[in-house]
Design a protein around this ligand. Structure first.
Ligand SMILES: [Zn+2]
Length: 381
């Protein structure tokens, strides 16, 4: 990878190259290849070299939260409360946009389009449309989208300059050609129409750097630059409305947006994140060596962070269970290991690894009552 996917600059600084066995996707699957990422000094973008078999991985495995319409992930909000991600996305959109009655709204790369369904439940005047590269989700769309208002693989020709709003939730980080992706969204918007999107925020959700299928890791300046270069204006980016993510709104209009001035602290922040992940396995194993617990250990969190701990352990076979507060995860297996609630932890357990975003991990653990009465050695990497 020689040039920046956002600004085209060739001045990329190597950031991180993970060792083998740590190539874990956003759906917590281990795939072949090694994660290797770079920082662009010109626009502040961070990118990971796409793995050779990503296309195959998406075609065969990419079914996110596809068990049921309601299946969801948990978020920890700034006030410490838990919220379901899809519900939070729907509420935040309704608070952040002024949507005129009868507006046409397309969810682009929508998967099961559950956020759009909830938006339309709250606003029954809106006209929903769906687009995804996969055929797997039509069963979900049928339940609320009028026949003919969805398309797979290719957007319909009659959709040119058609939509009042196009949404894109957690898609841009996966695409190798982000300019083409946003250019297509702009083509589908009527003049004055708006794109509304969410991408992970590398600075507050640092695991984004090591998610193997995330090619793009956005910072505020690189996202601003991308939207601006794609011809959007009136760009608003918030790093507060969605935990660990950047939420953006931008308008399809003639005026040109401004790019942000370069931020010299950004490179240092990004380097620090890279160093954290470089030392991660060593930190986990140092703790593991100091706690040779023959009775087995548990990992709190069955998402990406928890899976990364599992992959980092010298003896992952000692993991007896994952602990997760998300009711959709319980009674399931993760990596072949049972997922239980904190209340179900057996009394003989002595060691717990915390697989949560380190920014919120300690607070989140302290809020779990079932853990407070226990004498556990708790490790937050
Ligand atoms: Zn760049």
């Amino acid at each position: 990878m020689n040039s920046c996917l956002v600004c085209g600059s060739s001045g990329l600084v190597p950031l991180l190259r993970l060792s083998q066995g740590l190539t874990i996707t956003s759906l917590c699957k281990t795939i072949e290849g090694r994660v290797s990422s770079f920082f662009c000094r010109a626009c502040g973008h961070v990118q990971t070299t796409p793995l050779p078999n990503l296309a195959e991985y998406y075609a065969e495995n990419y079914q996110i939260l596809a068990q049921s319409a309601e299946e969801d992930q948990l978020l920890t909000l700034a006030n410490g409360k838990l919220a379901y991600r899809l519900q939070h996305q729907a509420e935040t959109l309704l608070e952040s946009l002024e949507i005129p009655p009868g507006a046409k709204i397309l969810d682009y790369g929508c998967a099961k389009a559950e956020t759009l369904r909830r938006i339309c439940q709250a606003r029954q005047d809106l006209v929903p449309f769906c687009f995804d590269v996969s055929d797997d989700y039509a069963g979900f769309w049928k339940t609320f989208v009028p026949e003919g208002n969805w398309s797979t693989h290719r957007a319909r020709e009659e959709w040119d300059s058609f939509f009042d709003f196009v949404t894109t939730f957690f898609a841009l980080e996966h695409v190798e050609r982000p300019k083409e992706f946003l250019g297509e969204i702009r083509r589908l918007l009527r003049p004055g129409g708006k794109v509304y999107g969410i991408v992970p925020n590398l600075l507050t959700n640092t695991a984004d750097l090591v998610v193997a299928d995330h090619v793009n890791h956005f910072t505020v300046p690189s996202l601003e630059r991308l939207l601006c270069d794609c011809g959007f204006s009136g760009i608003e980016i918030s790093d507060e409305k969605h935990p660990g993510a950047l939420l953006f709104i931008a308008e399809n209009s003639e005026g040109r947006g401004n790019t942000l001035p370069g931020d010299t602290r950004l490179e240092e922040q990004v380097m620090e994140i890279a160093r954290y992940w470089e030392g991660y396995v060593g930190n986990v194993r140092e703790f593991e060596d100091g706690h040779p617990n023959e009775g087995g250990v548990a990992i709190y969190g069955s998402g990406f962070y928890g899976s990364f701990i599992y992959a980092s352990l010298r003896e992952p076979s000692k993991v007896r269970y994952f602990v997760d507060q998300n009711p959709y995860r319980r009674k399931t297996l993760h990596l072949g290991i049972p997922v239980i609630s904190a209340e179900e932890i057996t009394s003989d357990l002595e060691v717990l690894y915390v697989g949560l975003n380190p920014r919120i991990a300690r607070e989140a653990i302290e809020a779990v009552e079932a853990l407070q009465s226990r004498e556990l050695a708790i490790f937050v990497p």
